[in-house]
Design a binder for this molecule. Structure first.
Ligand SMILES: NC(=O)c1ccc[n+]([C@@H]2O[C@H](COP(=O)([O-])OP(=O)(O)OC[C@H]3O[C@@H](n4cnc5c(N)ncnc54)[C@H](OP(=O)(O)O)[C@@H]3O)[C@@H](O)[C@H]2O)c1
Length: 481
């Protein structure tokens, strides 16, 4: 980190009681990318260790007048702070005024292009209210230390992309040790991964996201929109789609956004959706097969298919296969599976679950295992086209879906469950991060590749994968369309 960069003075006149902090860092990223990340104070908890919480208060796109509500740690105290953007000149400069009960701040961030990258210069003028000069001088070292830590965090956030992690023997061991392995699925597991924020942008890219109206999909939709994606939200309920769209517009302003209604437990509707998408979308860069559900009782769809199989396996198969011609080179397919699949084999000859006593969790786990097997198959087939295919597991996430399908689990595990944002993190990373383009065919949890089978008899061999495709092709004809 460079300090005292010798840049032009801060625009505000400052009085004798003002503590000035100035730090700068160099990033290999473009001024646009640095600006979009650092000027958005919702991202502060990702890089400033003293910011406990940050929320945007004003609706719409970021700009002059946008306000943020922060909670900042100051020693043992938690201080609420309200920030307001007063000047907004992308990608050069942003000026914000912060006001709290005990302090006042004027923060300027400047972004100067370098031969390759950007210099980010942060100047903060801090006034402590109702504090004597002596106390102010005593506090100065602590304030300076916080500022240096924040800039170290910003430098880490804006660093170059690292190679995606490779499979590791230690992680494999943890996966095999079922109980400590499952601890990774909790909120603790996510937090202990210490992941860098996703800074790579999706401007100009089209992302089709199923199951966008609730839980993990809803969180992913908001996040992908902030990264600049053109979004196509797929849901089965027109009202919920309209609400989700309104949430995104409130968060990001009037961005390019489309909605498509389809009941994905019906193969006819899935096919019709694919046909519409091929007509309306000039190219699709990312397809996220996220819609899914666990059905506690065995139910048949209107097309006579067991619903868990239809929604969690056959529908993503049909949608993906039908959209392959529209997927752009360099495109990505992300299939949201589940850690539950570790417990079940794939029964290719009984995908409709006609044999044995029905269990919703078993049916769900078998379908999700099938989805992981398909992902590997697509990864191999689509590699020559430069399309990356990923399966992922979001961990145990507190969502309406889990509360409805597994009420006892939800009640008992609630304190340990992840937020939908934690669950969405790996989806967003796989969709946007440069490094995720080069590692097709893995099963991810918290951006790390994991084993797909840990119990004897659950491995899906290549021959079974090929047969799975054939059986799905036959089953997909059930809708007669
Ligand atoms: N939460 C977890 O702990 C967890 C763990 C492992 C895997 N997952 C997987 O993560 C994904 C998201 O689940 P979630 O926990 O966020 O559940 P959720 O809150 O219930 O969200 C599921 C989404 O899928 C949509 N959906 C369900 N049935 C549909 C259908 N027939 N047609 C179209 N859309 C349909 C839902 O639409 P509505 O809004 O209309 O209901 C909703 O948007 C699922 O694939 C799930 O299996 C979740």
């Amino acid at each position: 980190m460079r300090r005292g960069s010798g840049c032009a003075p801060h625009p505000e006149n400052r009085g004798p009681d003002v503590i000035r902090l100035q730090e700068s860092i160099d990033s290999p990223r473009s001024p646009q990318d640095c600006f979009r990340f650092a000027a958005d104070f919702r991202n502060l908890p990702d890089w400033d260790p003293t910011t406990v919480r940050a929320r945007k208060l004003t609706p719409g796109a970021l700009g002059v007048g946008s306000e943020f509500d922060l909670l900042v740690a100051f020693g043992p105290q938690r201080l609420p702070l309200r920030y307001r953007v007063v000047e907004f000149q992308p990608p050069h400069r942003v000026l914000l005024h912060g006001e709290g009960e005990r302090l006042q701040l004027v923060d300027e961030i400047r972004f100067e292009p370098l031969a390759s990258g950007t210099r980010v210069i942060y100047t903060s003028d801090l006034t402590l209210k109702s504090v004597g000069r002596l106390t102010e001088q005593a506090l100065k070292p602590a304030v300076s230390l916080n500022s240096r830590r924040a800039m170290a965090g910003l430098r880490r956030a804006l660093a170059a992309a690292e190679a995606a992690p490779a499979p590791s023997a230690w992680r494999n061991l943890l996966d095999r040790a079922v109980l400590p392995g499952a601890a990774q699925f909790t909120a603790y597991g996510y937090r202990s991964a210490h992941l860098r924020p996703v800074v790579d942008r999706l401007d100009g890219k089209t992302v089709v996201l199923t199951g966008a109206t609730s839980g993990i999909g809803h969180a992913a939709a908001l996040w992908l929109a902030r990264l600049g994606a053109r979004l196509v939200l797929v849901g089965r309920d027109a009202g919920k789609l309209a609400d989700t769209k309104a949430d995104i517009v409130a968060d990001c302003g009037n961005i390019d956004l489309a909605v498509q209604r389809a009941d994905l437990s019906l193969i006819g509707e899935t096919r019709a959706l694919a046909r519409r998408l091929l007509q309306t979308e000039a190219r699709i860069d990312v397809l996220v097969n996220n819609a899914g559900a666990l059905f506690p009782r065995r139910e048949l769809s209107g097309e006579g298919l067991e619903r868990s199989f239809a929604l969690n396996l056959l529908s993503p198969y049909v949608l993906t296969e039908a959209l392959l011609p529209g997927l752009a080179p360099g495109g990505r397919i992300i299939n949201v599976s589940s850690g539950g699949m570790y417990l079940q084999p794939l029964l290719v000859d009984d995908l409709n679950y006609t044999q044995g006593r029905y269990s919703g969790s078993r049916a769900y786990a078998r379908a999700k295992r099938g989805l992981v097997a398909l992902s590997l198959d697509w990864a191999e087939r689509l590699r020559p086209r430069g399309i990356a295919v990923h399966a992922m597991h979001p961990g145990w996430v507190d969502t309406p879906g889990v509360a409805a399908a597994l009420p006892a689990f939800h009640r008992a595990m609630r304190p340990f469950l992840r937020t939908p944002e934690y669950g969405a993190d790996t989806i967003v990373w796989l969709a946007a991060a440069a490094e995720a383009a080069a590692c097709s065919g893995n099963f991810w949890l918290d951006r790390q590749p994991h084993l797909t089978d840990i119990l004897p008899g659950t491995t899906v061999h290549r021959k079974t994968r090929l047969r799975l495709r054939q059986v799905l092709e036959d089953a997909a004809k059930s809708d007669n369309s």
